[in-house]
Design a protein around this ligand. Structure first.
Ligand SMILES: CCc1ccncc1CNCCCCSC[C@H]1O[C@@H](n2ccc3c(N)ncnc32)[C@H](O)[C@@H]1O
Length: 699
């Protein structure tokens, strides 16, 4: 579509979404990480000089490690890459660097490779960096076990028996050491468990156990992921180490018995003295990749490494000693804290422990109730409801819900006044349609995406019948429990038109003779972009409102600011040939650069503010004719993060930049940073595409 109509906004936006998906953002970070590339190059050069003259690069990505091996003088270099996009890209890169005749690239997973079908003979060196923040997430263990059995020459046995390296096999990286430490971190806590007892005037006591999809305790069921990832050095509010870093695991990639023994290694129990008082929120995990005996790469939080750490959220109490279990039963590295020790008492941390403890850790009560649950049957795993991390962070955002509470109360009281006047007239009004409208029950529809309490908050206003678009059964049960425990009768809450295939289907009038008093729309995605088709939905919603009715939010003000940020640059495009060891890779991988970055934490982004924040745009949802579609704003320049003030009505607004918000920000990142001098001005053409997508061109 873009080739046909390059300025076709829908196609452009969808290409960006696809580009983001096809080529992971860490390719840019990795290729710009000159230190990492140099270390791999040196290790490869040393191995080749020592005689490794046949090389296989597993997971070649852009082909950079294979090209290092070729340039180091290896006779035979093979590479395999399972992603079609990356495979094609590697072929282009290798050709552009004049090595297409001498590196054989295969579009396949290494596990499917065989000798002599795919490569003529076993190799003396495998290089790979198929690791993620949790080390094993890209299947490196399985890949190396297979490589040792099918693709590598036998390892060198013992130091004394010296055979030249061309007749033995080895792997770069040679091994890894995994570290971990317990941390307290509010930013992690608010994304993984309920931290508040009351939201928007509703008591949360009856919510039951709410869990994020990240949990390491439950048996490996595929609905849960064992860990998430965060850049600890960039988390708003930072983190507090509660223990010293400890070594969780050592693994030697050149020892196939050890690799095979990993999954059957018995669970290791590590006792950790708590060195700082605090609430345990997570175990942070990182590693050192030992490329060879001399050099290693680290993904630790204390380095200025660009890599994220693996985060294992913990829902547990305080203690003065922590007992952690480390295991690799399935392909993943699993860490979980199983107990805390306090004054010698071992308190087991049942993963589904009611988060009551963590909210108001009252040690005595906690101790006896924990000991009490020791007696009860531990097998009853309380059923719990899974909320996405962004849904959990939204739920914990009391300010957001209070704003809605006030705005809804205001609207309902305005409508009541109107109805009272109407009722007086009604008394003398025989016409049934008018009298039907007189029933002073106000209908409110909440079509927020995902889990939302707003329908309950509306229903708690009195005289309101609220409809919720929450679809998941478990989530509906949470809402029903909360309704009961907050004295909201079941008749006041209904679940609306579930499983309608198209979103527009969601917007219909409540009944033939009724219209909505309020419709609550979801306008900004967690990633920081305006939701697609928002304005069309707003136009449709407005037609379904009764006289005096409102849609929430009423208006969105888009703000932006100009910043200079190397970090954003390094995450967006490869900066020339220098970081990639002189290989010409940038033009190829940069085809997948997207100008708009999402999921940013602007509050902790290393950057220099080059301007004050400026109002870029206004989207009026209550009156779309009020919207202009073009605007010139005078500002200075480098990259332009943008965020929103969401006006629920004319006065009340919430900001998506707010520290407690579940929203991240988006930013327009320029391909070429534009040098500016103080006092200069640059005009921004901020355009609203007919699909209400804002974009910025620099004039
Ligand atoms: C300090 C390293 C670091 C630390 C923490 N976070 C990130 C990093 C950086 N490394 C990220 C690489 C991660 C992706 S792996 C790189 C490429 O390899 C491909 N693949 C993966 C397995 C595999 C296989 N068995 N056979 C063929 N191809 C395979 C993937 O399709 C991908 O394109």
């Amino acid at each position: 579509a873009l080739k046909l109509r390059p300025d076709f906004p829908e196609a452009r936006e969808n290409f960006y979404r696809v580009a983001n998906w096809l080529v992971e953002r860490w390719h840019f970070l990795m290729l710009n990480d000159h230190g990492r590339n140099r270390k791999y190059q040196q290790a490869i050069q040393k191995a080749v000089q020592n005689g490794c003259n046949t090389v296989l690069d597993i997971g070649t990505g852009t082909g950079i490690l294979g090209m290092c091996a070729k340039k180091a003088g290896a006779a035979e270099v093979y590479a395999c890459e399972l992603s079609k996009t990356m495979y094609e890209l590697a072929c282009e890169v290798v050709t552009a660097n004049g090595m297409d005749g001498s590196i054989k690239i295969l579009h396949m997973k290494s596990l499917d490779m065989e000798v002599p079908k795919d490569i003529p003979q076993r190799v003396s060196l495998v290089v790979t960096e198929t690791v993620d923040a949790g080390l094993f997430g890209e299947g490196i263990i399985e890949s190396l076990i297979h490589a040792w059995h099918h693709l590598l020459l036998p390892p060198q046995r013992g130091e004394n028996e010296f055979r030249d390296h061309s007749a033995t096999g080895r792997v770069i990286p040679a091994g890894a050491t995994v570290f971990s430490m317990a941390v307290e971190c509010l930013e992690i806590r608010r994304h993984h468990r309920l931290c508040v007892t009351e939201v928007g005037g509703l008591s949360m006591a009856a919510a039951g156990e709410l869990q994020s999809p990240v949990s390491c305790s439950s048996e490996p069921d595929d609905s849960m992921e064992p860990y998430t990832t965060e850049r600890l050095s960039r988390l708003p509010g930072g983190y507090k180490p509660l223990t010293e870093p400890f070594t969780a695991l050592n693994i030697d990639f050149n020892n196939v018995q050890e690799l095979e023994g990993l999954s059957s290694r018995e669970v290791q129990e590590i006792r950790l003295p708590v060195t700082q008082e605090g609430v345990l929120d997570a175990l942070a995990v990182w590693f050192q990749l030992h490329l060879d005996e001399e050099s290693s790469l680290s993904t630790g939080p204390q380095e200025d490494t660009c890599w994220e750490q693996a985060i294992y959220p913990e829902h547990s109490a305080k203690g003065d000693e922590l007992i952690v279990e480390v295991s690799c039963r399935d392909a993943y590295l699993r860490l979980c804290s199983v107990a805390v020790l306090r004054d010698g008492h071992k308190i087991p941390l049942d993963k589904h422990v009611d988060s009551q403890y963590s909210r108001n850790p009252n040690p005595e009560a906690e101790l006896c109730s924990a000991l009490a649950c020791l007696q009860t049957d531990q097998s009853q795993t309380k059923d719990f409801c899974v909320l996405e991390c962004s849904e959990m962070a939204l739920l914990n955002n009391q300010e957001y819900h209070l704003s809605f509470c006030i705005a809804l109360a205001k609207l309902i009281s305005q409508l009541k006044v109107k109805y009272q006047n109407l009722e007086q007239e009604c008394a003398f009004q025989p016409d049934p349609t008018v009298s039907a409208n007189c029933s002073s029950m106000f209908y409110v529809l909440d079509v927020s995406e995902g889990f939302s309490l707003l329908s309950l908050i509306a229903a708690s206003q009195g005289h309101v019948k609220a409809f919720s678009s929450v679809e998941k059964t478990k989530q509906q049960e949470v809402l029903k429990r909360l309704a009961r425990s907050n004295n909201i009768s079941e008749q006041r809450l209904e679940f609306w038109l579930n499983h309608t295939e198209d979103e527009q289907g969601m917007l219909q009038r409540p009944s033939r003779e009724k219209l909505w008093s309020a419709i609550i729309l979801d306008c900004v995605e967690t990633c920081g972009l305006i939701r697609q088709k928002l304005m069309e939905k707003a136009s449709l919603a407005r037609c379904l409102l009764e006289e005096g009715g409102h849609i929430f939010p009423a208006k969105i003000m888009v703000y932006g600011m100009l910043v200079e940020s190397d970090t954003l640059l390094l995450e967006s495009a490869v900066q020339g040939q220098e970081p990639t060891l002189g290989f010409n890779i940038a033009p190829f991988i940069n085809q997948f650069t997207v100008p708009v970055h999402v999921f940013l934490d602007f509050s902790t982004l290393e950057c220099r503010h080059l301007s004050e924040s400026v109002e870029l745009f206004v989207l009026d949802l209550m009156d779309t004719n009020a919207n202009y579609i073009h605007r010139e704003v005078k500002v200075r320049i480098t990259a332009i993060p943008f965020w929103y003030h969401i006006y629920l009505d004319q006065e009340i607004s919430v900001s998506t930049l707010n520290q407690n918000s579940h929203w991240k920000q988006a930013a327009v990142v320029l391909q070429q940073p534009l040098e500016v001098r103080a006092g200069e001005w640059v005009r921004l053409a901020v355009k609203l595409h007919k699909r209400w997508k804002t974009s910025c061109q620099i004039k």
